[in-house]
Design a protein around this ligand. Structure first.
Ligand SMILES: [Fe+2]
Ligand SMILES: [Fe+2]
Length: 128
């Protein structure tokens, strides 16, 4: 599968979000070639990065009293659950399945950024 690279097409124009999106795509691409246990450690770092990033987006939604916040937060919950599932699989030595779960993330993120995050960025720009 071709890797998804963060480029201008995925930029939202909100630096704190763009920077974090860039970081997670770089992390995900690097994880492809990581053996264990470095892969496990990278999974934990990915979870931390996502938690920080999603907290940032969730608080942005709160600040602007965003109408679609509930659905957007639910999507973030789905993302965190995927990473948590990968970590559980690694703990149970189900490495191949854990890697399959992680491989779903670039496509998930690309679709999320192009829809929900983009809609949020548009809502933010209208208030500025
Ligand atoms: Fe995002
Ligand atoms: Fe989001």
């Amino acid at each position: 599968m071709d890797s998804i690279v963060f480029g201008p097409d995925l930029a939202l124009g909100i630096p704190v979000l763009d920077q974090s999106h860039r970081i997670v795509f770089v992390m995900l691409e690097a994880m492809e070639s990581l053996p264990r246990p470095a892969f496990d450690q990278a999974c934990r770092e990915l979870a931390t990065e996502f938690i920080e990033h999603l907290r940032e987006e969730n608080s942005l939604m709160e600040r602007i009293d965003y109408a679609a916040a509930q659905a957007h937060r639910a999507a973030h919950g789905n993302l965190l659950e995927r990473v948590a599932r990968a970590l559980r699989l690694l703990r149970d030595n189900e490495e191949a399945t854990a890697r399959d779960v992680i491989r779903t993330l670039p496509g998930w993120l690309e679709a999320h950024i192009n829809t929900m995050d983009l809609a949020l960025a548009v809502a933010v720009s209208r208030l500025e």
